[in-house]
Design a protein around this ligand. Structure first.
Ligand SMILES: [Zn+2]
Length: 223
């Protein structure tokens, strides 16, 4: 038998198998590859400050949570989390150094207070992406508490102004580019980077031509 990751030859008694819910689930591995500490996600249960790691081959949550690589192109992507035991009630994108960071920290503090007050059993999962500045913050609750948790999430969000479009700018486009494009495409009512990104995605090749035409018109009218 060979190690799935490094192809080292293995004797029968040397084989490790990737844990349930990891990217290498069930794959034969050598000891080094099994204990490789490349982290895919970190799970925190409620107020327990102990981090439970999910690496490429090890799952310290005993399968409560699973991760799967979601590639957006051959070089980029992020780890998607899931659970059979818990329900997902919110996903936030944590962008290091972005202005939404403070708001998300407030949201995190507030929602945990509310969950504690109402006896909601929750877990927070921080999943890595290929971009070192960006990770997902997935909030899970025990399945039978989902309805109550949804209400509390909505309450915490309104308290910290979570849905204000201003938090979702300057992620992909800088403010100046953003404002220019909003002006050039008024009919799309663009409010966030994501609106703009979806617009670009939808039109792809025709978008550049359209952009050129509109810029030309704008330049002519400014003359
Ligand atoms: Zn190996």
């Amino acid at each position: 038998m060979k190690c799935y990751s490094c192809e080292k030859k293995l004797k029968r008694n040397e084989v490790y198998f990737g844990d349930l819910g990891t990217p290498l689930e069930g794959k034969p591995l050598c000891e080094d590859c099994y204990y490789d500490d490349e982290i895919c996600a970190i799970v925190y249960y409620g107020r327990d400050e102990e981090p439970y790691l999910i690496t490429e081959a090890r799952n310290e949550t005993n399968g409560d949570f699973r991760v799967k690589w979601h590639s957006t192109d051959p070089w980029r992507g992020y780890f998607e989390t899931s659970s059979e035991k818990y329900s997902l009630v919110n996903t936030a994108e944590l962008l290091a150094g972005h202005e939404s960071e403070k708001m998300l920290k407030q949201f995190d503090e507030r929602i945990r207070e509310l969950f504690d007050e109402h006896g909601i059993d929750y877990a927070r999962v921080f999943a890595r992406s290929s971009n070192v500045f960006y990770q997902n913050y997935d909030l899970y609750v025990r399945k039978d508490q989902k309805n109550m948790a949804d209400l509390l999430v909505a309450k915490a969000k309104s308290e910290v102004d979570y849905d204000n479009p201003k938090w979702y700018r300057n992620i992909i486009f800088d403010e100046l580019t953003f404002r220019k494009l909003v002006k050039l495409f008024p009919e799309y009512k663009i409010e966030t980077d994501y609106d703009l990104f979806r617009l670009l995605e939808k039109h792809q090749s025709s978008f550049l031509k359209e952009l050129r035409d509109r810029l030309r018109k704008l330049n002519e009218s400014n003359l």
